[in-house]
Design a binder for this molecule. Structure first.
Ligand code: ADP
Length: 488
């Protein structure tokens, strides 16, 4: 069969710009599509924070100073490219300093809609300038969710896109890109009002993600359970009705683990490598991590790890009611790496102050430390309120750090409850979003920890789970093939 031409557009692509799982997923998709011999183009913004010294960016002369009208404003963009590390794949960067030379990836600035509206359009215009006709335009999250509508309106005249089909992946429905309807002008969609959600327009709003859900040929989300959950009241975040209408076009495909990146037997970011057969390195990682952060090291005391964005989604409000009790009563250690809402940072700082030999907290984003925590910890905490897929629990399984997770979204699909009788299962799950339910899950984990034989079986089960992208990518390819009209 002919290779597919896939245009992947995203606000984040690892390692260039990342705040969470989105970046990892887009990169893995690109690498594995390329490995399967498909023709992929990845497009992202050239953010001011990109470390120019670290990557070799090459300006593309043919794609320089391209004007783009955005309502009353006019921008010019150029395109640079760089190699995606560990692949031959090149990534295209949309350069528009006026929009992207800012401190962060995301901003609260009044032109946020333009930053991603321009990205979406620039990606299509790159196709036009290079006469490259994508079979599939794959948009990700709200930032690029207007692409399906753009293809039906602003770019509908161009035959280049006549056979193009669109996929929108919802990595997290909690972020929808809701802006004032006045911004339609900037987005060159003022004349397309009839195609938009009239109720929203009447309320003076435009919702990027909702528009994408309405117009994408297919929708995917990152686990089967989450695909079901977002069609319900509790987790649909207002979009459940529309998602139910589009149920036939909504697919759950769980994310994979990039084994080149997250592999305890090859990981160069951790002090000692290890495998399911030889776990000595894991203990060394734990010892060194405890020493580095001033925690009392004791091989008999389990170390619980947590690496996360510190947001409400991740369920941290369950912790204050139970952690001090657990830390008083049990001989455990806890290490948390995360950045986000101040109240959570304050809480973990307080906790580390209250239990200096047992708890360490590092505020910030630190990829090598994230690897080290996975490699050093015995248990991994993820009490999410909701979790579209979650990557850390899968990394944890691979690194023999047993997940304690809430049974929601991708956590429900990737962690199997450990049963001491049969010796089957890979982690500890709880259902109710309450401190008590989490407390009992932690106690269950500690109970099994005290039985070294059972624990060792559990670790072996966990480390042998296979969540490889090699398998998951086939589901995307099948979907693309179903969408793309056969070539004559
Ligand atoms: P989400 O996308 O909701 O943040 P995921 O579990 O899907 O959650 O993905 C999180 C990714 O971001 C993982 O690769 C994780 O290691 C990484 N990550 C999150 N916070 C940090 C941090 N403070 N430092 C380093 N890596 C982090």
């Amino acid at each position: 069969m002919d290779p597919l031409k896939v245009l992947l557009v995203s606000s984040e692509v690892a390692p260039f710009a990342k705040t969470g799982g989105l970046a990892d997923v887009v990169t893995a998709l690109a690498r594995h599509l390329a490995k399967n011999k498909h023709d992929v183009r990845v497009v992202m913004p050239f953010y001011g924070r990109l470390r120019r010294s670290e990557y070799e960016f090459e300006s593309l002369e043919r794609l320089a100073d391209i004007p783009m009208r955005c309502g009353d404003k006019r921008y010019w963009f150029s395109v640079a490219s760089a190699e995606l590390p560990r692949s031959k794949q090149r990534v295209f960067f949309v350069r528009c300093p006026e929009l992207y030379d800012r401190e962060g990836i995301y901003t609260q600035d009044p032109d946020e809609h333009l930053r991603f509206g321009l990205l979406s359009r620039a990606a299509l215009e790159i196709c036009q300038w290079t006469q490259w006709a994508p079979d599939i335009v794959h948009a990700n999250d709200w930032h690029t969710a207007l692409m399906p509508l753009y293809l039906r309106t602003v770019y509908a005249w161009d035959k280049l896109f006549a056979r193009t089909r669109t996929v929108l992946t919802i990595h997290n429905i909690g972020y929808q890109g809701v802006v004032s309807a006045e911004k339609l002008r900037d987005l060159e969609l003022e004349n397309e009002r009839r195609l938009l959600y009239q109720e929203d327009l009447n309320d003076g709003r435009l919702n990027f993600l909702k528009t994408g859900i309405l117009y994408a040929d297919a929708l995917t989300t990152v686990s089967k359970t989450y695909a079901r959950e977002i069609q319900g009241e509790e987790l649909g975040m207002g979009l459940q009705g529309l998602l139910r209408q589009r149920d036939d076009h909504l697919f759950g495909i769980v994310n994979g683990v990039d084994h080149d990146e997250w592999n305890p037997s090859k990981d160069t970011l951790i002090p000692a490598r290890f495998s399911a057969r030889d776990l000595r390195g894991k203990l060394q990682n734990k010892r060194e991590l405890c020493e580095k952060f001033g925690l009392d090291f004791d091989p008999r005391a389990p170390l619980i790890g947590c690496v996360s964005r510190l947001t409400t989604q991740k369920g941290f409000e369950l912790l204050p009611d139970i952690l001090p009790v657990v830390l008083h009563r049990e001989d455990v250690r806890l290490i948390v790496l995360g950045t986000g809402e101040e109240r959570y940072e304050n809480y973990f700082n307080w906790l580390a102050g209250a239990f200096p030999r047992k708890v360490a907290f590092k505020a910030g984003f630190d990829n090598p430390l994230a690897h080290w925590i996975e490699a050093a910890s015995d248990m991994y905490l993820m009490p999410s309120r909701y979790e579209p897929c979650g990557l850390n629990q899968m990394y944890s399984l691979r690194y023999g750090s047993i997940p304690i997770v809430r049974r929601t979204g991708g956590l429900a699909d990737t962690v199997r409850a450990f049963d001491s009788q049969s010796g089957e299962g890979t982690g500890f799950l709880f259902d109710d979003f309450t401190p008590e339910a989490l407390y009992h899950a932690i106690l269950r984990a500690l109970g099994v920890w005290r039985d070294p034989q059972a624990w060792s079986r559990l670790v072996q089960n966990a480390m042998r789970e296979d969540f490889s992208w090699e398998r998951q990518i086939q589901h995307y390819i099948e979907l693309y093939r179903r969408l793309a009209p056969p070539k004559r």
